[in-house]
Design a protein around this ligand. Structure first.
Ligand SMILES: [Zn+2]
Ligand SMILES: [Zn+2]
Length: 260
């Protein structure tokens, strides 16, 4: 049994073939998936998927790569998160890679999400790219540890992983660990304790080897778990069960036996 802790099933590449994606999940024994929101505009699609499929969950948040959307309010996030299948706040965080101008608005938006998560008691899904120092600083300043959460699609150093784990956060690895050039990241994936680890696809992006360049889907999280098991020299079942247990614990999901 495996869980994809981060996917975008509502994105056009996957929305057009949800049934196929769910079939591949079944085939690869991927029992649950968390469909992550990137804007409030597309949030209803995320919620609809979570309502329609018992083994699909959702989150609510506005990704830092969207500069031209209305200012997000804490109250709004809290109200939308008040739903049994909406289990997290995010994805939120900082991304200085794509947007190079003054990013104060990103930092404000990130703070709003952390405050909302603390108030509604749901964990955070944090995206960070080329912004690790500011991400950790704001997490500390806003006491993100009180809400907890996950550093998703982790590509940073061991020191950053450690900083996030010190705040009680989980570290989630994607198909990037299977990429040939991800030498440093594989070392981090060897060191993060299994009890702090999640796995994800971030589909439709970042398909793992041997599917690199194709449309990714939640069922392919199997290849992420297999690579991590290989790196650590442990059976894949150990990685699967640890990361699944962590998922249910972090996102407060009681039902662990539901299959499609
Ligand atoms: Zn992300
Ligand atoms: Zn994402």
């Amino acid at each position: 049994m495996l869980v994809d802790s981060h996917c975008h099933l509502n994105f056009p590449e996957l929305a057009a073939k949800v049934d196929d994606a769910l079939a591949l999940m079944r085939e690869n024994q991927v029992t649950h998936a968390l469909c992550v929101s990137v804007t409030l505009e597309e949030f209803p699609q995320v919620r609809a998927l979570a309502e329609r499929y018992p083994h699909v969950y959702g989150s609510v948040g506005v990704h830092p790569d969207y500069p031209d959307v209305p200012v997000v309010k804490e109250e709004e996030l809290i109200a939308l998160a008040n739903h049994p299948k909406i289990v997290a706040i995010g994805e939120t965080g900082l991304d200085y890679y794509r947007i190079k101008d003054d990013c104060e608005w990103q930092r404000e938006r990130f703070r709003t999400h952390i405050r909302a998560a603390r108030r509604c008691g749901k964990p955070l899904i944090i995206h960070t790219r080329s912004a690790a120092a500011d991400t950790l600083r704001i997490m500390r300043e806003e006491k993100a540890g009180e809400a907890g959460g996950v550093m998703h699609c982790f590509t940073e150093s061991w020191e950053v992983a450690q900083g996030a784990m010190d705040l009680g956060f989980y570290i989630s690895f994607s198909g990037i660990v299977t990429f040939k050039n991800a030498v440093a990241l594989r070392e981090v994936a060897k060191r993060v304790p299994l009890e702090r680890m999640l796995v994800e696809t971030d589909s439709p992006y970042l398909a793992p080897v041997p599917f690199r360049g194709k449309t990714n889907e939640p069922g392919l999280v199997k290849y992420v778990a297999e690579e991590i098991a290989r790196l650590r020299g442990v059976p894949v079942a150990q990685v699967s069960s640890a990361t699944s247990d962590n998922f249910f614990k972090l996102f407060n999901i009681k039902e662990t036996t539901s299959h499609a």
